[in-house]
Ligand binder design. Structure first.
Ligand SMILES: Cc1cc2nc3c(=O)[nH]c(=O)nc-3n(C[C@H](O)[C@H](O)[C@H](O)COP(=O)(O)OP(=O)(O)OC[C@H]3O[C@@H](n4cnc5c(N)ncnc54)[C@H](O)[C@@H]3O)c2cc1C
Length: 500
C-alpha cells in the first residue's frame, strides 16, 4: 500500500504566480489585456478562458443571423477604429478582436480551455489562489495572482434560459435555444415558432424565414425597435474626404453618443412622444392596416432596455412578404403539434425556438472564499458596479445595457490600471472598498432600480447580485454620460479605498 501511494504521488508542480489574472477572453477581457499592457507595462498577467478561443458572446452564439444590436463604432474599443458597417456579424466582431490580439501580441498571455471553479483570497499572503480544470481531460490547475480582473460577462454560456411550459414533453418536434443552436438543424420548409420578442428573436426570424415554410414570432408583449439602413452617413462622408480612420472612429463615436444622449433624454422627459416616434418608424415598414397596436406597441416606457436596431428593417420585410408573422398571446401549453395559446388558437410547429433569454451568472459561477469563509455576493455592496465591500483586489466588468457594453469596459479598464498604479506608488498589496462614516445611514437597495431597467434575467437573478446604496458611488448607475466624466477623476486617496 505504502509503496503504491509513493508511486502515485507526482512531484508538486510549482504554482505559477501573476500580478494580474484576467478572467475571460470576451470583448472585455481582451480589452483589459490591451489596457493593462499599455498602462501598466511592468505587470505580469494571464488571461484564462473556458472556451477554445477568444470572443465570448461572439464565439459561443451560433444561431443564424447572429449580429450586434448596437453599432460597432461604440461597441468597438475606443482604441481600434471600426471600418465596417455599423451593425456587425459575430464573424466580423471576432475578426476585429483577432486583429487587436495580433497587433498587440496578446495571444501569448491567453490560455484557452481553462475553466476557473474556485478563487480563494488569503489576507495573510495577500493574494488570490485560482483553481480550475484545463484542457480536454479537465486536468486540475492552480495559479496565484495579486489582483483579479473579472471579465466573465453576465450570463452562463453553456445553457440559455428556457422557462418550463406545460406539455413540453408532449411536443413531437424539436425545441431549440438560440444559445445552443445545433449546427445541423434543418429548418428548410419547416414550420418554425420563435418564442421571444428581444433582439435575438428579431435577428433570427428574418435570417431563417426565407427558407422555412413559415416562421412565427410568438411574443407575450411587444418591444421597441429602431429600423434603419445599416450605414453611418457621417462615417461614409468622412471616408469620401479621405479623413483617416482614427479620426473617423472618434468623430463618429462622439456623434452617435451625442445623439443617443438626446434620445435617452427624450425618452425620460417625453416618454409618450418618444414611444410614438419609435412606433411610427416601425409602422412605416409594415403593410397598410397591419395591427401595430397589438404587435408593436410596447406597454413600457422606451429605453428601459437597449432598443434593438433592425438593420434594413429586415424583420419587417419578412412580415410584409408573408414569410414571417407575429402573434402576441400567452402560451397555455405545448401540444403534440405545437403550442396552444391562451386565446384558444393553436400554432403548429416542427421546430420551436425558445429565444427566452439567459441564465444570469454572477462572476463566472466561481466559488469565492475569503480567508476560508465562502463569499456571498448578495451580502456585499457594490462600489460603482466595479468593486464590492469586503472583497479585496478585485474589479469586475459589467457594461452598459442602454449604451454599448464596451464603452464601460474601456472606462473601467482605465480605472483598474490607475488603481494598480496607485497601489504600486503606495507600496500597498491590498485594496478594498468600504463604506465611509458618511454612508452609515445610506439606504441599501437591490442591484438595480427595476423602475428604470428590468430585463428578465436580472429580475430572475436579482437575489444573487450584490446590493447597491442610494448614492451614485455605491451603485451601477448605467449612465455612461456621467460616468465618462466621473470615473477618470475618482480620487483614489478617498476614504472609501482601504489600502494595506
Ligand atoms: C446575442 C447577443 C448579442 C449582443 N449584442 C450586444 C450589442 O450589440 N451591444 C452590446 O453592448 N452588448 C451586446 N450584448 C451583450 C454582450 O454580451 C456584451 O456586450 C459583451 O459581448 C460581453 O462581453 P464580455 O467579454 O464582458 O463577456 P462575454 O462575452 O460573456 O465573455 C466572457 C468570457 O468569460 C469566459 N468565462 C466566464 N466564466 C469563466 C470561468 N469561470 N473561467 C474561465 N472563463 C470564464 C466565458 O467563457 C466567455 O468567453 C449581446 C449579447 C448577446 C448574447
Amino acid at each position: 500500500m505504502a509503496e503504491a501511494a509513493t508511486l502515485e504521488r507526482k512531484p508538486e508542480a510549482k504554482t505559477e504566480h501573476f500580478d494580474v489574472l484576467i478572467v475571460g477572453a470576451g470583448i472585455s477581457g481582451v480589452g483589459g489585456a490591451y489596457h493593462l499592457q499599455q498602462q501598466c507595462p511592468d505587470r505580469s498577467y494571464v488571461v484564462l478562458e473556458t472556451q477554445e478561443s477568444f470572443g465570448g458572446t461572439w464565439l459561443t452564439h451560433k444561431y443564424p443571423g447572429i449580429r450586434s444590436d448596437s453599432d460597432l463604432y461604440t461597441f468597438g474599443y475606443r482604441f481600434k477604429p471600426w471600418v465596417g458597417k455599423p451593425i456587425a456579424t459575430a464573424e466580423e466582431i471576432l475578426k476585429y478582436m483577432g486583429e487587436v490580439i495580433e497587433a498587440n501580441d496578446l495571444a501569448r498571455h491567453i490560455r484557452y480551455r481553462h475553466k476557473i471553479t474556485n478563487a480563494t483570497w488569503s489576507s495573510k499572503d495577500k493574494r488570490w489562489t485560482i483553481e480550475g480544470t484545463k484542457g480536454e481531460t479537465n486536468e486540475p490547475f492552480r495559479i496565484t495572482a495579486n489582483f483579479l480582473w473579472m471579465c466573465q460577462g453576465y450570463y452562463r454560456h453553456s445553457e440559455g434560459y428556457t422557462p418550463h411550459w406545460k406539455g413540453m414533453e408532449d411536443f413531437k418536434g424539436k425545441i431549440v435555444h438560440p444559445q445552443t443552436w445545433p449546427e445541423d438543424l434543418d429548418y428548410k420548409n419547416k414550420k418554425v415558432v420563435v418564442i421571444g420578442s428581444g433582439a435575438t428573436a428579431a435577428t433570427l426570424v428574418p435570417a431563417i424565414a426565407g427558407e422555412t415554410a413559415h416562421t412565427t414570432l410568438l411574443q407575450r408583449s411587444p418591444t421597441y425597435f429602431i429600423p434603419a439602413r445599416n450605414e453611418n452617413v457621417l462615417a461614409d462622408e468622412l471616408r469620401k474626404l479621405e479623413v483617416n480612420e482614427e479620426w473617423i472612429h472618434e468623430i463618429v463615436r462622439r456623434k452617435i453618443l451625442f445623439d443617443q444622449e438626446e434620445i435617452t433624454r427624450l425618452c425620460f422627459e417625453q416618454p409618450d412622444f418618444a414611444a410614438d416616434e419609435l412606433i411610427k418608424g416601425v409602422k412605416a415598414l409594415l403593410p397598410e392596416g397591419y395591427d401595430v397596436a397589438t404587435h408593436f406597441t410596447p406597454k413600457y416606457r422606451p429605453w428601459r432596455q437597449r432598443i434593438a436596431f433592425v438593420p434594413e428593417g429586415d424583420l419587417f420585410q419578412g412580415i410584409s412578404s408573408g414569410k414571417a408573422s407575429v402573434v402576441t398571446d400567452e402560451i397555455e401549453r405545448f401540444t403534440e403539434k405545437g403550442i396552444l395559446l391562451a386565446s384558444g388558437k393553436e400554432l403548429e410547429a416542427d421546430i420551436i425556438v425558445t429565444a427566452t433569454g439567459f441564465n444570469l451568472n454572477v462572476l463566472g459561477d466561481i466559488a469565492f472564499t475569503i480567508d476560508d469563509k465562502p463569499l456571498v455576493f448578495s451580502d456585499t455592496i457594490t462600489y460603482r458596479g466595479m468593486m464590492f465591500t469586503g472583497v479585496p483586489n478585485m474589479v469586475w466588468i459589467f457594461g452598459y445595457f442602454r449604451a454599448s457594453w464596451t464603452l464601460r469596459a474601456d472606462l473601467v479598464a482605465d480605472f483598474v490600471c490607475r488603481l494598480l498604479n496607485q497601489m504600486k506608488k503606495k507600496g500597498a498589496k491590498q485594496v478594498e472598498v468600504k463604506l465611509r462614516p458618511e454612508d452609515k445611514d445610506m439606504k441599501i437597495l437591490p442591484w438595480i432600480d427595476t423602475e428604470n431597467f428590468n430585463p428578465g434575467y436580472i429580475m430572475r437573478g436579482m437575489h444573487l447580485l450584490p446590493k447597491r446604496g442610494e448614492k451614485p458611488e455605491w451603485a451601477h448607475t448605467q449612465d455612461y454620460w456621467n460616468e465618462k466624466k466621473e470615473l477618470p477623476v475618482i480620487d483614489l486617496d478617498g476614504t472609501e479605498f482601504d489600502y494595506k
